[in-house]
Design a protein around this ligand. Structure first.
Ligand SMILES: C[S@@+](CC[C@H](N)C(=O)[O-])C[C@H]1O[C@@H](n2cnc3c(N)ncnc32)[C@H](O)[C@@H]1O
Length: 263
């Protein structure tokens, strides 16, 4: 990807779902009990939103990131100077066994090719007694932005919208599924619970702007529509959110899971 495209992809992510990242990261860090003095890994770190929150708490030198997309890894390195960010998927982490006190991953499990193997790798690089934690959006329920988006998509393109609806196609979104995934990786003291993140918008145009850029499944769906389809989607989306050009805030719920590596 050329330099300016790299910048555009990372900027579009940060303006879309990434807008919830810092608020969600604060919740995930508190949920998983990450404390100063620990060394932590952020898996699927994207543009580095959780990495930055971890670095603020632990110091960048005690934080590493892994991300399979080179442009996103580059954005994470720029966001968190001093943190080691490698280009790698969760399933193939280039870190030694027991290298970290905590391995976290935010909004990534449902994008992994093989989540079972990914979570086993997170557990492998975490020391006995250390924590492995993650969170996934409640796509079918209270991730307000994406729920309203897919409801609008199903309204304007019923068949294609239903086939792409993340509330239907995404795995690892419920407490039961996450508990089973963590237990399957041999983790103990498993806890699950909701996290609520927030994002502020100047108005609906501010919210809509990153969608046609094609980032994430919602962006890809938008980008594939013709001009008329995009206009219909935009209108339905705005109506379902019930917002206009005045500033507003949305909340988004995720389901979190954490577990301890047995000693
Ligand atoms: C929704 S983004 C979340 C990014 C970041 N964690 C955040 O909270 O902003 C999903 C990320 O998962 C990454 N990803 C996809 N497959 C992955 C895999 N197998 N292992 C690790 N990360 C993966 C994507 O490249 C993308 O950066």
């Amino acid at each position: 990807m050329a330099g300016s495209d790299t910048f555009r992809a990372a900027a579009a992510y940060d303006r879309a779902v990434g807008r919830y990242g810092p608020s969600l990261a604060a919740g995930l860090i508190a949920f998983s009990g990450v404390e100063p003095g620990m060394r932590a890994l952020d898996v699927g770190c994207g543009t580095g939103l959780l990495t930055a929150a971890l670095a603020e708490r632990l110091g960048a030198e005690n934080v590493a990131g892994a991300e399979p997309s080179e442009p996103f890894a580059e954005a994470a390195r720029a966001r968190v100077p001093g943190a080691e960010v490698v280009v790698a998927p969760a399933e193939d982490l280039p870190f030694a066994d027991r290298a970290f006190d905590a391995a976290l991953s935010q909004l990534v499990l449902n994008f992994m090719r093989d989540a079972e193997s990914g979570v086993r790798a997170l557990a492998r690089v975490t020391r006995p007694g250390g924590v492995v934690a993650s969170c996934v959006w409640d796509y079918a329920g209270e991730m307000t932005l994406l729920r309203a988006f897919w409801d609008a998509a199903r309204e304007v393109e019923p068949e294609r919208g239903a086939a792409a609806d993340e509330g239907v196609v995404m795995r690892w979104c419920s407490e039961g599924e996450l508990r089973a995934l963590w237990a399957g990786a041999g983790l103990r003291e498993i806890r699950t619970g909701p996290l609520t993140a927030r994002a502020s918008y100047d108005g609906f145009d501010d919210l809509w702007e990153p969608f046609p850029s094609g980032i994430a499944p919602s962006g890809a769906f938008t980008a594939a529509l013709d001009e008329e389809g995009r206009a219909a989607l935009r209108d339905a989306f705005r109506r379902r959110l019930g917002v206009g050009e005045e500033p507003f805030e949305l909340t988004a719920r995720a389901c979190a899971v954490s577990g301890v590596v047995p000693g």
